[in-house]
Write a protein that binds this ligand. Sequence first.
Ligand SMILES: Nc1ncnc2c1ncn2[C@@H]1O[C@H](COP(=O)(O)OP(=O)(O)OP(=O)(O)O)[C@@H](O)[C@H]1O
Ligand SMILES: O=C(O)C1=C[C@@H](O)[C@@H](O)[C@H](O)C1
Ligand SMILES: [Mg+2]
Length: 173
Amino acid sequence: MSQSVFLVGLMGAGKTTVGRLLAKRLQARFVDSDHEVAAVTGVNIPTIFDIEGEAGFRRRESETIQRFSQEGNIVMATGGGAVLDPDNRQCLRNRGTVVYLSASPETLYERTRRDSGRPLLQVKDRLTRLRELHQQRDPFYREVAHIIIEVGRTSASQVVRQILAALASDART
Ligand SMILES: Nc1ncnc2c1ncn2[C@@H]1O[C@H](COP(=O)(O)OP(=O)(O)OP(=O)(O)O)[C@@H](O)[C@H]1O
Ligand SMILES: O=C(O)C1=C[C@@H](O)[C@@H](O)[C@H](O)C1
Ligand SMILES: [Mg+2]
């Protein structure tokens, strides 16, 4: 495979988990956009938000997406909010196959309950926040995606199998 795969979706959809497994199956390099942003700055994402605000984080995220999407044969887990930027959407859509891991706010709520590394979920009512983010972003994920996978009750390895099947019947790969 030389066509890169870009995973998009909300926090907890499984982009990092599925992306790592998918990259192994495709013998491609795995890149996690959040991880790369943190590595460049030397601090974690909540600290970047504290110091530079969300806008500073988004600038760094866009740079990361622009840089890595130029490489062929990668699987990239993008940050949950990467699709908010129209330039990011265009870049992802043109440079690879975009897969939307689509999940209900309730599923995302369950999956994000043990992790405190997501600044946008540091609120009292996490489910309401996830519903708002879902309503706001779902149209962008759908706009940018070539492939949409519903990930509700599906294990990560099943999701990988579904993506591989969809890629096999996709003209771009
Ligand atoms: N298909 C799945 N079934 C059940 N649990 C899953 C599945 N995929 C991921 N998980 C679990 O859900 C949690 C969130 O997954 P992950 O960190 O991969 O999401 P993400 O989309 O990368 O989120 P973020 O945008 O915040 O980085 C993890 O605990 C992971 O083990
Ligand atoms: O949905 C979002 O806006 C975010 C998702 C995470 O992947 C990180 O990129 C960060 O916590 C912001
Ligand atoms: Mg992730």
